[in-house]
Ligand binder design. Structure first.
Ligand SMILES: [Zn+2]
Length: 499
């Protein structure tokens, strides 16, 4: 009886394995020994180039880096001949919404963000993402945890480094997509405790938190040892947020209030708008926050920026640049007509974006944002000159942002803002590693570090667009050659199965 039971159990187990392989044919991209031979290693910390290097990857770690003579390739190694090519650390996109569909796409249940986002990140050399507001409103973080496990197992192909805030915390009325509302200090503390015990990597704060709730979040997070990232709520000055220990401030808007000569009166005006929020027409509800941002930019005076920038610098606050978000909204027609980019987006999502960009509300949105776009570059330039740590980010999950591609466009825009290609490259490699306190294992190509690597056909320090010439990606030790990456891209066109 027991023997028969065991046989049935063994059979079932085999069936499960077979089914698994049928359902997830690419799950067998296993980590093994990988040798990248004859490559020029790019040291992103100082911009030095080290030609003729062999990089040996064993398991998910870099085991050795040295001259071709010093580092021998084991017999069973997968060898990538890389003479004339350049090796950089895997890239990070530090602001995405890839867990659940947010905002515009939230009504689409047939196309889950995670199914097309994650493979596209990987296909473009993005091996780490920080998910800001998972869009679920679920404090158990169930979906985020599933995704983390699937990414680690390779069942879901995507960046092996995945950090998630869970739902963001906002006040009443909330101004973002599907956050958790906290009104009082007690509610704020309880929310932080819940996020910590459910495994959030960080707490994301949003625009309309009350002062009471915000400072309670900061205090509770400090006690619990969890970082707080996000928008600086409009009732809080940038200096207060920096002094309270907020780790990152999102988007170039993070400096708008600090650069305004009318921040105080605009704060009062916006508080009044929100006090009567329910009476606003729906379209105006969405635009209210952006009108507030625009008013701050309209009263911008560059000399006023200094003290906010100094507060960021002094406290080590990092700013996510995200120079693509508003830019793409304003240039929606151009982005939507880029067929190479749009063919990677599932058709239903693309149609959603097209419909959205064609609406009267979006035209109004564009006219609000248009004058802001060049000023964002200016803000990022000022922050960079002052030595504030910048992070590359895209807000993938909002309309028009195509995972992976957007990150490379972001790097181009950072150079447009005045960063050198090396500085731009750092915003997606070394700077995220430092901010996330992972610099001992990520952000550079050295023995002992995690094997997240991108092999390029040309030197990214000569032209930042060379980050787009990807020959191969190593993600947590797994090698994806060009053909494998092309398969990921093709898979996204066909829409992966819902799993
Ligand atoms: Zn966002």
């Amino acid at each position: 009886m027991i023997g028969a039971f065991n046989r049935v159990r063994a059979l079932m187990k085999n069936l499960v394995v077979i089914l698994y392989l049928l359902l997830f044919p690419c799950a067998h991209v296993q980590a093994s020994t990988v040798v990248i031979r004859g490559v020029t290693v790019v040291d992103v910390s100082d911009g030095s180039l080290h030609p003729g290097q062999t990089v040996l990857v064993a398991g998910n770690r870099i085991e050795a880096v040295g001259s071709v003579r010093e580092v021998a390739a084991p017999d069973d190694a997968k060898v990538v001949e890389a003479a004339g090519r350049y090796l950089i650390p895997g890239l990070w996109d530090m602001h995405v919404h890839s867990v659940a569909n947010v905002a515009l796409d939230s009504s689409l249940t047939s196309v889950a963000a995670r199914d097309w986002h994650f493979p596209l990140f990987l296909a473009h050399g993005v091996t780490g993402v920080r998910n800001m507001n998972d869009g679920t409103g679920d404090m158990t973080l169930a979906l985020s945890k599933t995704i983390r496990r699937q990414l680690a197992e390779g069942v879901l192909r995507g960046p092996p480094r995945f950090l998630s805030a869970g739902p963001s915390l906002d006040g009443d009325p909330p101004l973002g997509s599907n956050p958790v509302i906290v009104r009082t200090a007690a509610e704020a503390r309880a929310a932080v405790q819940q996020l910590v015990s459910n495994g959030a990597d960080l707490v994301k704060v949003y625009e309309n938190l009350s002062r009471e709730a915000y400072f309670a979040i900061m205090d509770e997070a400090r006690r619990r040892g969890i970082p707080v990232d996000g928008h600086v709520p409009f009732r809080i000055t940038l200096g207060e947020a920096a002094d309270a220990g907020q780790r990152t401030a999102e988007h170039p808007d993070a400096l708008a209030a600090g650069c305004s000569r009318a921040a105080e009166s605009e704060r009062k005006r916006f508080a009044n708008v929100l006090a009567n929020y329910d009476s606003l027409p729906d379209g105006e509800k969405f635009l209210a926050m952006f009108r507030h941002g625009r008013a701050l930019y309209d009263s911008r005076h560059p000399a006023a920026c200094a003290s906010a920038i100094e507060a960021y610098r002094r406290n080590g606050v990092a700013v996510t640049a995200d120079l693509v978000a508003y830019h793409h909204v304003v240039h929606a027609d151009q982005v939507l007509s880029d067929s190479a980019r749009m063919q990677l987006v599932p058709q239903e999502i693309r149609r959603n974006w097209e419909k959205w960009s064609d609406s009267v509300a979006t035209r109004e949105f564009q006219s609000i944002l248009r004058p802001i776009v060049p000023l964002e570059l200016e803000n990022v330039r000022l922050l960079n000159e002052a030595g504030v740590l910048l992070l590359a980010a895209t807000d993938v999950g909002v309309p028009l942002q195509v995972p992976g591609i957007s990150l490379h466009v972001e790097l181009e825009r950072l150079v447009e803002a005045g960063l050198s290609p090396l500085e731009a490259l750092r915003t997606a490699t070394l700077n995220p590693a430092r901010v996330l306190e992972m610099a001992d294992s990520l952000g550079s190509i050295e023995p002992g570090k995690l094997a997240d690597l991108v092999l390029l056909d040309a030197n990214p320090l000569e032209d930042i667009r060379n980050t787009q010439k990807i020959r191969a990606v190593v993600a947590d030790g797994r090698l994806y050659r060009r053909a494998d990456l092309d398969q990921l891209l093709a898979g996204s066109k066909e829409r992966p199965p819902d799993h």
